[in-house]
Design a protein around this ligand. Structure first.
Ligand SMILES: [Zn+2]
Length: 300
């Protein structure tokens, strides 16, 4: 039996948004059992609390954006990936802009931030989504499949016709050390696309400080790659962030072939909409949460 977790204290970090190029601050605060992961925009009035759930996914173009009542938060996937992998179920994420800071383009700064806050085990049990039936979604030669399994696994294959990338496959399982093997892997982009995106007002904060940038033959970052297959590892990082939007731990095996946020989100929608495709195992509450140090103000 696993118990739900939150963080021990509030922590903040700031940096620039990848697409807006604007400076933003993010504060993570403890939240009570069964309240889930919520995002709040401090620059919107009235303030809206957006649950980090697939039903609130508004856009998957270039990044995962959630929205509610006309208020959105973008590029949540790297933080979501860190939260899921560190077992955090309940947390309030407050941001003073439309997008989370991109930091170094990986999930490592978020992992370090959560470690700095400390992790607190709560008294309610984690709920688990058990996959009961195989689900598949396709788009051309891209596909995503989810199958019943005894633990959570992701096998990802990418294939880019580029000398530094090519075909890469990585399998993530409960045995993978997320902090060492996945969290440090940065987002990546091609110089020719970056120039096009910037002309459209996107990726304005993109730089060699927060992404691996490739020209036609090589990575332009002086420090080189963190792993020779950093690219597919980052895709796993993103996929974990997307699957965390189910809102539960998952017992299921995912296989992704050149998928991306759109197909991953579609797979989750398909799973949740098909009758008999899953069950939620909700263990009896052993004890009522008596959360002591949290005040109602944290959920306003
Ligand atoms: Zn990413």
């Amino acid at each position: 039996m696993k118990f739900q977790k939150t963080i021990k204290s509030s922590v903040s970090i700031s940096g620039i948004g990848l697409h807006s190029g604007k400076r933003v601050s993010l504060t993570l605060s403890p939240a009570r059992s069964n309240s889930g992961i919520r995002f709040q925009r401090l620059d919107s009035n009235p303030s809206v609390s957006i649950e980090a759930l697939v039903k609130n996914v508004h856009s998957t173009n270039l990044a995962t954006t959630i929205a509610k009542d006309g208020v959105s938060v973008s590029t949540i996937e790297h933080l979501m990936s860190a939260l899921w992998s560190m077992g955090i179920d309940n947390i309030l994420c407050q941001v003073d802009g439309s997008e989370l800071p991109i930091l170094d383009g990986s999930a490592l700064p978020f992992v370090q931030l959560i470690k700095k806050a400390g992790i607190k085990t709560q008294r309610s049990l984690k709920k688990v989504l058990v996959v009961k039936k195989e689900i598949e979604v396709k788009h051309g030669d891209k596909w995503a499949v989810l199958k019943p399994a005894n633990d959570f696994k992701i096998r990802y294959t990418i294939d880019f016709p580029h000398p530094v990338i090519g075909k890469q496959t990585f399998e993530y399982s409960q045995a993978t050390d997320f902090v060492k093997e996945i969290a440090p892997c940065r987002t990546f982009g091609f110089l020719k696309d970056v120039e096009k995106m910037q002309a459209m007002g996107l990726a304005l904060g993109g730089s060699l400080q927060n992404a691996v940038v490739l020209d036609d033959v090589k990575a332009l970052n002086e420090e080189g790659l963190r792993f020779s297959n950093e690219f597919v590892r980052h895709k796993i990082l993103d996929a974990i962030g997307d699957f965390s939007l189910v809102g539960y731990s998952i017992l299921g095996s995912v296989e992704l072939n050149r998928a991306g946020h759109e197909l991953q989100t579609k797979l989750i929608h398909e799973l949740l909409s098909q009758k008999g495709a899953y069950v939620i195992v909700a263990p009896e509450e052993s004890e009522q949460e008596q959360s002591i140090e949290l005040t109602e103000a944290a959920y306003a």
